[in-house]
Ligand binder design. Structure first.
Ligand code: SF4
Length: 158
């Protein structure tokens, strides 16, 4: 979705959004029921565990380096293609719950994207309907807002 602002090559070299330390385990992507069925059928080696209601995460363990690596990550990037979790599809944008609202934020973790750039603002406007629609369709894969995350768009929940 985000090739206009972030090339696959840039992502493939960085991979910061696919590796987690103890402070950012909350960032591990949530997998909807529907996607869980697809991944279980096509990639049974990628084990998952339930997380909250109607959502899953990959079953991941911390290594000696203090990090846990998404099992779908390869040396050249994500191996899931179109079956990536929605969190990953829209990264570094995020849909988050803030009170009664759904907000689209831009993760400060991704150093390759400038939240103030016109291209990013244009993309947020273009993708906002898709992101809000998915948030309504699968509310259980939407994370709670983290104070300080830059907000790019807001929609009140129905
Ligand atoms: S599913 Fe793919 S893009 Fe998402 S964290 Fe795992 S390797 Fe990264």
């Amino acid at each position: 979705m985000l090739k206009k602002i972030l090339s696959p090559e840039t992502c493939g070299k960085c991979r910061v959004c696919c590796v987690f330390d103890h402070d950012d385990v909350w960032e591990i992507p949530l997998i909807s029921n529907e996607l869980h069925e697809k991944i279980s059928a096509s990639r049974p080696e990628l084990k998952t565990i339930p997380r909250g209601n109607n959502s899953y995460v990959f079953d991941m363990e911390f290594k000696n380096d203090g990090l846990t690596y998404c099992p779908a990550l390869s040396d050249t990037g994500c191996t899931l293609g179109e079956n990536k979790p929605f969190d990953c599809m829209i990264w570094p944008l995020r849909a988050m719950k803030k009170g009664e609202d759904i907000v689209i934020t831009i993760s400060p973790v991704c150093e390759s994207v400038d939240p103030e750039s016109p291209a990013v603002k244009e993309l947020v406007n273009e993708l906002a309907p898709v992101i809000f629609a998915e948030a309504n369709r699968n509310p259980d894969i939407i994370k709670e807002y983290i104070e300080g995350y830059p907000i790019a768009a807001i929609k009140a929940r129905p």
